[in-house]
Ligand binder design. Structure first.
Ligand SMILES: [Zn+2]
Length: 261
């Protein structure tokens, strides 16, 4: 073997190793994350192989992920779910998150996921941060005991004529044409539940779809969502938490660290 070949071979090995480090996901991280989700949050992840529930929900095809893709999706999910205190997820009764592919009749393009209340399953199309926070918020909104009556107050503050109900089509192009001031996303114009879920999505991901200085109504909505979180998390998601979230200090060990303090 020539010296130059050896050097080239070494270079390639280093490059491959660097790529793997950058990617950061492996069968080991997958196992670790699945264990974390199960032990801390009481959640299990399903992917691949169609189940009887998928038929019920008219899911025609289920994404078949290879190990590495699965490790990536579960890894990203783990980071996002860690933004919630374990008890909040446990009391929401969500037990399963299903990675699926919606080439199904009921779902139009652009749908990121849905929450099935009867089976307590969140379906996610691949993985999108926004969709995950959106769907889990539906679970919070419908399953959690809320002494502050956040939903009822919302309905009283924001008049029903703002909402379009079933007239709101899923068509992405049509959605884009709708006025969206006061809303974190046009999908929120469907009804108060979707409005709350889109506002929560914005709060938890800080996608900055809006300028708070220019949108007083949305700022008010996000404040109400924060208050809701504070109540249903027994104070854990209070002012300090949202400061930490904004400062990107909420990582996978956040709740463990807070307990130690
Ligand atoms: Zn929704």
């Amino acid at each position: 073997m020539k010296k130059s070949d050896i050097i080239a071979g070494m270079k390639e090995a280093v490059e491959t190793a660097t790529r793997e480090v950058d990617w950061g996901y492996s069968p080991e991280t997958l196992r670790r994350d699945l264990r974390f989700l199960r032990d801390q949050y009481g959640l299990r992840i399903r992917m691949g192989r169609k189940t009887i529930f998928d038929d019920v929900f008219s899911i025609d095809s289920i994404e078949k992920m290879n190990l590495r893709e699965a490790a990536f999706h579960v890894g990203e999910l783990t980071k996002e779910i860690a933004k919630y205190p374990p008890n909040l997820i446990r009391t929401s009764e969500v037990k399963t998150i299903r990675f699926a592919d919606f080439k199904a009749r009921r779902f139009s393009r652009g749908t990121g996921g849905f929450y099935n209340q009867e089976e307590k399953i969140i379906y996610l199309l691949s993985f999108s941060f926004e969709s995950f926070h959106h769907e889990i918020f539906h679970a919070f909104d419908t399953e959690l005991e809320d002494p502050s009556n956040s939903y009822e107050n919302w309905v009283n503050i924001f008049p029903s004529f703002l909402y379009l109900g079933d007239e709101l089509s899923c068509n992405v192009l049509e959605l884009r044409k709708l006025r969206r001031k006061g809303f974190a996303g046009t999908w929120g114009r469907k009804n108060p539940l979707e409005d709350r879920a889109t506002a929560a999505e914005e709060l938890m991901t800080m996608s900055r779809f809006y300028d708070p200085k220019k949108d007083k109504i949305l700022t008010q909505k996000i404040k109400l969502i924060k208050e809701f979180f504070e109540v249903v998390s027994d104070g854990l998601m209070g002012k300090q938490y949202f400061r930490d979230l904004r400062g990107k200090r909420v990582g996978v060990d956040y709740w463990q660290q807070r307990k130690l303090k």
